[in-house]
Write a new protein. Sequence first.
Length: 448
Amino acid sequence: MAFDSLTEKLQNIFKNLRSKGRLTEDDVKEALKEIKRALLAADVNFKVVKGFIRNVQERAVGQDVMNGLNPGQMVIKIVNEELVKLMGSETTEIRLQPGSAVTVIMMAGLQGAGKTTTTAKLAGKYKLKGKKPLLAACDVYRPAAIKQLQVNGEKQGVDVFSMGDSHKPADIAKAAVLHAQKNGNNIVILDTAGRLHIDEDMMAELQEIKAAVDVHQTILVIDAMTGQDAVNVAADFNDKIGIDGVIVTKLDGDTRGGAALSVKAVTGKPILYAGMGEKLSDLEQFYPDRMASRILGMGDVLTLIEKAEAEIDEAKAIEMSRKLKKAQFDFEDYLESTKQMKNMGGLGNIMNMMPGLGGMGKMKGLDDEQAAQAEKNMARMEAMIYSMTLEERRNPDLLNPSRKHRIARGAGVDISEVNRMVKQFNEMKKMMKMMGKGGKKGKFRLPF
């Protein structure tokens, strides 16, 4: 995640605070200096950092905290609360028009921020909520922009309105709203053109669209990877055309992520969603409290549960549970379980949302580097399983030496790796059978 480096630094600072039985005012001030440096390194706006540290210090250097039973934990609690406040305190929804009235949402942003993809992601969210969105292709400049929106709209099962690239964006927007009114669409999302940088032509075009149709919500898409520039862009857009909220993309990347901590304080506008991957389902509602927990390495169990509910097939999960209890699972079941894990963002993403495992936080000896190695090992296992026939996957007992040699050649691995995988798989089945009978747990290590 974008905050991995910040998370690691904060956890080290907090570890030092917790190790002290009693805190002095100098201890707190020294910790706050370290936090300040960590936030600035994450590209958080300097004025925002200054105000944040001041607020934490005013609350932390007091008799109730310094003389409390666990002053270190109290300081951490204050930092968490101030982080939540910094990002907006409450989760903000995009306001829709009441009843069957059409809501017009205009998406804006610079080129490369992921605006067109985010537009399709947002439409998919509304479709899942029972709405009937319509995507309007108003970017008539960027080559293939219209085609990209059409392809993504088709993947999401959402209609796309287009008039080609020979009409003015304001006219396309007006026609799209009329089309929506006639065809029962209750949300119109306008995908407008971006530029490499903010210019007067872009702003004039957005203002022209706003004059042509009644835009109810103007949403700015900013790229977390651009750091402080993203916050400056948000401030400019808000000053010149007015925005109602922000979607931050690429927060899953190895970036500093300071934009997410600065944009609300600088613009006064809330972050609505966070883009956490390239898949069209990788758009998360932005919860300030959950994001603060993830930044501080406390995990985000609620989002993990929601992702599991959305991505995991309940019937398949129940069947898998039944097979595990009876030790009747096979390599096909293993492939299904890894598929479900990938749908949730992979092992690394799941780790980031588990308390104590976020960023570089360690638990039971597993850190980010080891998680990455685990992902590679899982990929190698998949290669070996895909080199099996369907009959072999469903009946591992068929795997004699000649079949194993064939599988090793097909997967490009040594025969010893196939033998090890089969052995570990059989050990797991034995262990599950023992547990199912109430037997004593044997020693077992996961095959990845």
